[in-house]
Design a protein around this ligand. Sequence first.
Ligand SMILES: C[S@@+](CC[C@H](N)C(=O)[O-])C[C@H]1O[C@@H](n2cnc3c(N)ncnc32)[C@H](O)[C@@H]1O
Length: 360
Amino acid sequence: MQDPDLVFSELDLQEGDCFLDLGCGPGDYSIRASRLVGDSGKVYSLDKNRDSIVDLRNRIVSGGNKNIRAEVCDIVGSLPVKDSSVDICFISTVLHSLNLADVENALFGEIRRVLKPEGRLAIIECKKEAQPCGPPIDMRLSPEELETTITKYVFNKIGLRDLGYNYLIQFRRVPDSPSNPVRQISGSIELRPVGVIKNKIERPFLVAGEDGLKMRESLEDTLETIHENSEAASNIVIDESLAGILDGIEEYSHLLILYWAHRVPEDGRSLTRVHPMGRIDIPQTGIFSTCSPARPNPVLTTVVRLKGRKGNVLEVSGLDAVDGSPVVDIKPYVKDFYPQEGVHIPEWMQQLQEEVARDN
Ligand SMILES: C[S@@+](CC[C@H](N)C(=O)[O-])C[C@H]1O[C@@H](n2cnc3c(N)ncnc32)[C@H](O)[C@@H]1O
């Protein structure tokens, strides 16, 4: 245990609190917490190591810590704890031993579930620096790395305390907001590339950054590039492990390709308004009323002509994606799926379409 007085003064446990100790090991923190939360409080001590839990249960019996429930549990699964019941979830020197990238969604989603609306998550980890003992440096997690990961799950960092070789970092769960239901969805959605685009298009004709969307070249050259791209040949190489996924596709003349604009920088993903096509002569408008490649999730769509298929490779024309773009999905293009009557578009979009068509 780290300096327990320091740790528990930071944790500021109150009588009646519910304390969840994930990866509790021998349970020293759990036992101390049990005294602080008292008979009206509760301590859950979970560890995947059966021997640790058996030993801790013996300590509980001999110490009379009736408010501790010690259970064998893999913390990277569902936790045997009720929704919104925990005041403090505590994880000491455990996270570095997990493959956090693989388990973070499950782990922090579950921690969010069991914490009270403004409950706290307190983590002790070894500093990421060479030390005489402890895990190898490349396994260690810095406070900044933890902050980047955990705030994705709708937590705010509320404190960082030096413990010598270790540190204690604390987060507060941001309560669900009925007025912003999107913020209640924590974590990220995982997309798997199903293929990759191979062609001669080396770079996007629009560039995005924190200062907006711009054409890389003059308007004339950009229109020329759009024209070239509308005829460009591309191969879409589908992951061989998805055998069978292309069966029947040759019966369509056109396909709708959804691809990830992998060259859009992070800055470009936080834009909300742009000049369409980077044209400063057209007033800024919301990204969702444009086809800007810079968008929060840069999933772009293009209808292409299917020229042929060779095994797992589709030969198409008219795909404006840059070489190496990951393909997210492919759908058949069925023109009757889309409304034909009563379709109207803004004047500026009409003007852009006419300029592109004129150039062709
Ligand atoms: C270094 S010990 C820390 C014990 C205790 N938290 C402390 O600081 O004294 C790490 C503990 O995490 C537990 N652990 C590691 N991965 C786990 C998992 N996926 N589920 C539950 N416990 C885990 C191990 O069994 C071990 O008891």
